[in-house]
Design a binder for this molecule. Structure first.
Ligand code: ATP
Length: 436
């Protein structure tokens, strides 16, 4: 994909109401993004498909929605206060800051040229920079009232392990799934919504007997890869990146990333980790509470191992946008998988007379009960098609003079632009079959 692809996608996102920079009227705030009417639907669909796959379709995973603000000791126990740092370097000349471990990709904000090799002599020694945002709880800003905006949703799951286990009557192996905001004071955010300071994670932590951890790790690695393919991402743009011993995080025994080929290179979409019993043990030590499990079948007491699947909702949205974006001689089109498309069908009267608007509005009202549609009666029909192409709407329905005679409508398919005549009373069944 061309190197200006990200600029084009960002500009389409602005134009069609997918994503705007946060606080734009004030000049924007760096690395925070707002989702507009199309974007919020797209992101909801992504999250809904994840939630459906990991909770509704399984009887061994429970949902959770834990608070963003947690007891500060959680972050001591998890190792984040001590070690959730990135190495940071400063440029003595232009004062820009970069991640020391990402200098190969870094671009100088002044010269717009790669930082390496030219700026190397101007860079300071790396310093550890903690990525957690701090704030204060209560009216007095003092050390004892410091709380953190969570940098990951996972800890809310670990500390609720026993709370979820008993009422849900689950037995190990079982999982807890959560979607929610996370915050990281990233040193070098960028690439549109790929790396931001406020983002959403979709995390599922699966609790297993220690001896079965490797089997479940491999199971979840394959399940998660299949999920991306199921939402329309081509397998040729996806790959696994296995972590070698030097790359492994302190809590992980095995780790694999699912990577996507973005216009700016292969990058992590999701991490799958065998976190061992690290997290539960740390919370046991720091809280003094017993988080072990009695396995009745095995007649054994143990601290469960955790297989984590940790995905970014915003990164997945960017992935489906990049995957869908296509420039054709006559148009720009987002070839979304129908499951993620923000709007499933555009409904148009060909002209604003002879009762066509009423008929089209009636069809829209009918279909709206089942999925999201967009009614549009303004402008040339070709323009209305193009607008829906840029929104990634898989089908457009046009009510024309023939509709008034035989109650059929024109259904135009986004990718092939092929048109078919469909009886209007059969529209729901027609779409049910095609929208997945
Ligand atoms: P990276 O190496 O890209 O910083 P990470 O390894 O720190 O990512 P994890 O801590 O494993 O990421 O987080 C799990 C997932 O959360 C990532 O795979 C990504 O999809 C998402 N994520 C993490 N940081 C960000 C961010 N700053 N902006 C958007 N999504 C993020």
């Amino acid at each position: 994909m061309a190197s200006d692809a990200m600029d084009k996608i960002a500009s389409l996102c602005k134009r069609r109401g997918f994503v705007f920079q946060s606080s734009e009227v004030y000049g924007g705030i760096n690395a925070c993004w707002d989702y507009g009417p199309a974007g919020v639907e797209l992101k909801r669909n992504v999250k809904e498909l994840w939630w459906q796959e990991l909770t509704q379709l399984r009887d061994d995973i429970e949902g959770l929605d834990s608070a963003i603000l947690m007891h500060p000791r959680v972050w001591h126990a998890s190792g984040h206060v001590e070690g959730f740092t990135d190495p940071m370097v400063d440029c003595r000349v232009c004062k820009a800051r970069f991640r020391a471990d990402q200098l190969e990709d870094a671009v100088c904000p002044k010269t717009k040229k790669p930082v390496l090799p030219e700026c190397a002599p101007n860079l300071t020694e790396p310093r550890a920079f903690n990525l957690m945002f701090k704030t204060f709880m209560g009216p007095v800003e003092e050390d004892s009232s410091v709380v953190y905006l969570r940098p990951e949703t996972a800890q809310g799951i670990y500390v609720n392990f026993q709370n979820v286990l008993s009422p849900s009557r689950q037995k190990i192996p079982f999982g807890i799934a959560q979607i929610g905001k996370a915050f990281r004071n990233e040193i070098s955010p960028g690439n549109f919504i790929f790396r931001s300071r406020e983002f959403e994670q979709m995390e599922m932590q699966f609790f297993v007997p220690p001896g079965d951890a490797l089997t479940w790790f491999e199971y979840w690695r394959d399940q998660r890869m299949a999920w991306y393919e199921g939402i329309g991402i081509s397998p040729t743009h996806l790959r696994f990146h296995e972590h070698g011993p030097a790359e492994l995080a302190h809590y992980a025994k095995q780790a694999v990333d699912i990577e996507y080929e973005f216009p700016f290179g292969w990058k992590e979409l999701e991490g799958i980790h065998n976190r061992t019993d690290f997290d539960l043990r740390r919370h046991m030590e720091h809280s003094g509470k017993d988080l072990s499990y009695f396995d009745q079948e095995a007649n054994q007491h143990y601290v469960p191992y955790i297989i984590e699947t940790s995905a970014g909702a915003d990164r997945t949205v960017l992935t489906v946008l990049v995957e869908a974006y296509a420039e054709e001689p006559e148009r720009v089109v987002l070839r979304f998988h129908p499951k993620v498309a923000p709007v499933k069908a555009g409904i148009f009267p060909l002209v604003k007379r002879d009762g066509m608007p009423d008929r089209a509005a009636a069809i829209a009202a009918d279909l709206r009960k089942h999925f999201r549609v967009f009614y549009d009666e303004k402008g040339a029909v070709g323009r209305r098609y193009r607008r829906q192409d840029e929104l990634g709407t898989p089908y457009c329905i046009t009510v024309d003079s023939q509709t008034l005679a035989d109650d059929t409508v024109t259904v135009r398919e986004r990718d092939s632009m092929a048109q078919a005549r469909v009886p209007s009373e059969g529209l729901l069944a027609y779409f049910r079959e095609r929208l997945g």
